[in-house]
Structures are given as structure tokens and as C-alpha cells.
Design a protein around this ligand. Structure first.
Ligand code: ACO
Length: 316
């Protein structure tokens, strides 16, 4: 058959439109769309060979166990057409359930009946808009922690540009999960890498370790964005690290515009509590800048940015 008679456009689907994401809630499931699909379906973000294609990828709000299904009205009879089940399996944990929705529901029920809890250490909690939130540090060395990580990580590809999977065999990675205790729902997560800094020979001999925490991936599920939860997760993590004697600086890997915006607001409100903004003038001593920056554990570029923002604010 010639390509013209095939009408290739009828067999080509935008992957971003074909993929329908869902997270269950108390009454059903909430739908949202991916921002990126190129890490899974290639740079053109298109899928060829199917008509009326819909790819369902659903997560349980509590255990995040995935279910996926591929539906279409026709498929080209050509061995080169990709098998979408196999493509998706490469990015999902082995426990992901394909096609059989009731098997998925039963398996979630089984996990809950077996006493499923977020597999990690509770490191902080807060109240926001009448809901109780908790932050867990997940141990990815532990089988259940690693499994939760595998369930969540596809979101990195779908929502962070140039996002990629972390190497969980590297002990220096941390995973944190933000959890709404009232609705038993995972709301977002972040990964951070612990860079060891040589602390100088004296501290080194005293066994004092110095760590630069690098936030690498940070996601609030789209259905919960714009409610101040990203800012709250970032601020609470920062406070936990600020109290940790080993952490000397918190940095961020390739922040995008929306992360920068959220971080600036969170950093400024933290600074507002500990700094007298009246002391910030264009003539401020560089030794004061360095001392203050170190005590706040902020990186140089971010601290100068914040000082500029404070100066701009004062000019208004
Ligand atoms: N009520 C209403 N709106 C609010 C409230 C509130 N209580 N508090 C803050 N907002 C507004 C803010 O003004 C801000 O508005 P803006 O979008 O006009 O700037 C907006 O909500 C965002 O602030 P938060 O709600 O604190 O942040 P959010 O929970 O939406 O999370 C994040 C931000 C993490 C960037 C999220 O959008 C996301 O996950 N995006 C997709 C993935 C991504 O891009 N991650 C960052 C990549 S970079 C990296 O990982 C290092």
C-alpha cells in the first residue's frame, strides 16, 4: 500500500494528547495531561500506526500503584509499529498492572489490608488550608521504599524537561514525599543528592562531614499545584536541612522558571523572619554578605538574587 493511500496523518497521534493521566480520589479519579512525552515516545512526541489512540496511565492516590491500558479503533498491520504495552513497561515498575482494572483495584486493596503505610521516616509535618500534611524521607535501599520510588519516577519524565531516572544504587540520593494525611494522598515528591565537601583537614580529622544538598527533581502533582504546596514542601525541607549540622549549603540543579519563582518567594519569606531588611543597602559589606549567606545555607547566586529583590522591593 502506498503511503498516500494510507493517509499517514490519520495514523499519527500526538503522544501528549494520547496519554491520559489519572490519580484516584475518594470519589473516582482526577484526570490531567503530561507536559512532556519525548523521553518515552521520541523527540517528535508522536505515535504512528494507531487510530483513535488513548493511553491510560492511572495511579492510586495512596500507594501510587500504576495501572495502564492502551485503546484504539485500528492498528496498522506492520511489524514496525511499536508495541505500546512494551514501551510503557520499560518506564513502569514490574508491579504495574496492564488492562485488567479489577485486578489493579484488588491488588491495591490487598496492599492496604496488609497495612500499607508510606515507606519512610516522618521528618516534618504542617497544616495548610485545613489539611494536615506530612513529609517522609523514603529509604530507597528498602524494598518498599524502592518500589514507591519506581511508581513515582515516571512523573519526572512527564513533567520535568530533560528529567531522567536517578540511580538508586547510589547511596547519596534522597527521596522525599509530600503526603496529605487527611485524604491519604501523595501530593508531590523531591529528590536531592548529597555532595560531600572536603571540610578542610582539621574538621576532616574530627570526622565532621560537610554536605551540599542538591535538589534535583521537584514535583507537585498538577492537580495540587498553585495552592502553595510546592513552596511549603521546599520551605520545610530547607528548614530540616538548615537544622542539620552536616548540611552547609542547599543548591538546586537546573531550576526552571516556575521553580525559581516558587523558591524566590519561599526564600524571601524565610529571610523576612531572620534578616532586618533595613540593613540591606547597596553599600552592604561583602563580609556581611558572605557571613549571612553561609549562616542561611544559601548558595551564592541565589543569595545575591534575593538581596537584589529586597533592594528592588525597598525602592518601590
Ligand atoms: N493559594 C493560591 N495560589 C497560591 C497560593 C495559595 N495559598 N500560594 C502560592 N500560590 C501561587 C503562587 O503565587 C504561584 O503563582 P504563579 O504560578 O503565578 O507564580 C503558584 O501558586 C505556585 O506556587 P506554589 O503553589 O507554592 O507551587 P506549586 O505547588 O504549584 O509547585 C512546582 C510549583 C513545583 C514548580 C510545580 O508547578 C510543578 O511540579 N511543576 C511541574 C514540574 C516542575 O516544573 N518542577 C520543577 C522543575 S526544576 C527542578 O526540579 C529542580
Amino acid at each position: 500500500i502506498s503511503a498516500a493511500s494510507l493517509q499517514p496523518e490519520q495514523w499519527t497521534t500526538s503522544a501528549n494528547e494520547a496519554v491520559k493521566l489519572f490519580v484516584t480520589d475518594a470519589t473516582g479519579a482526577i484526570n490531567f495531561s503530561p507536559t512532556f512525552t519525548y523521553p518515552i515516545f521520541g523527540d517528535a512526541e508522536t505515535i504512528y500506526g494507531y487510530k483513535d489512540l488513548v493511553i491510560f496511565l492511572c495511579f492510586d492516590h495512596f500507594t501510587f500503584k500504576p495501572f495502564f491500558n492502551v485503546k484504539y479503533s485500528a492498528k496498522l498491520d506492520d511489524p514496525d509499529i511499536v508495541d505500546l504495552e512494551q514501551v510503557l513497561r520499560k518506564f513502569l515498575p514490574e508491579s504495574a498492572i496492564y488492562k485488567d482494572e479489577s485486578k489493579w483495584a484488588d491488588s491495591i486493596q490487598e496492599e492496604k489490608e496488609a497495612g500499607y503505610t508510606i515507606p519512610g521516616e516522618l521528618i516534618d509535618s504542617f497544616e495548610k488550608d485545613d489539611s494536615a500534611y506530612e513529609i517522609y524521607k523514603i529509604n530507597v535501599k528498602d524494598a518498599s521504599g524502592l518500589e514507591l520510588h519506581k511508581r513515582l519516577q515516571i512523573l519526572v519524565l512527564l513533567f520535568i524537561e530533560a528529567g531522567s531516572y536517578i540511580d538508586t544504587s547510589d547511596e547519596l540520593w534522597d527521596l522525599y514525599v509530600l503526603y496529605n494525611k487527611d485524604s491519604s494522598s501523595i501530593v508531590g515528591f523531591a529528590t536531592a543528592y548529597n555532595y560531600w565537601k572536603y571540610p578542610g583537614s582539621v574538621k576532616f580529622d574530627d570526622n565532621k562531614r560537610e554536605i551540599r544538598k542538591k535538589i534535583s527533581q521537584f514535583i507537585i502533582l498538577p492537580i495540587y499545584q498553585g495552592k502553595g504546596l510546592g513552596g511549603a514542601l521546599y520551605s520545610h525541607l530547607f528548614d530540616v536541612w538548615h537544622k542539620d549540622e552536616e548540611v552547609v549549603e542547599v543548591v538546586v540543579e537546573d531550576p526552571n522558571e516556575s521553580f525559581d519563582d516558587m523558591r524566590d518567594r519561599a526564600d524571601l519569606s524565610r529571610l523576612n523572619k531572620v534578616l532586618e531588611f533595613s540593613k540591606v543597602t547597596p553599600k552592604v559589606e561583602s563580609s556581611w554578605v558572605e557571613e549571612t549567606r553561609k549562616s542561611l545555607k544559601l548558595e551564592k547566586r541565589q543569595f545575591s538574587r534575593l538581596l537584589e529583590l529586597i533592594l528592588l522591593y525597598k525602592l518601590k
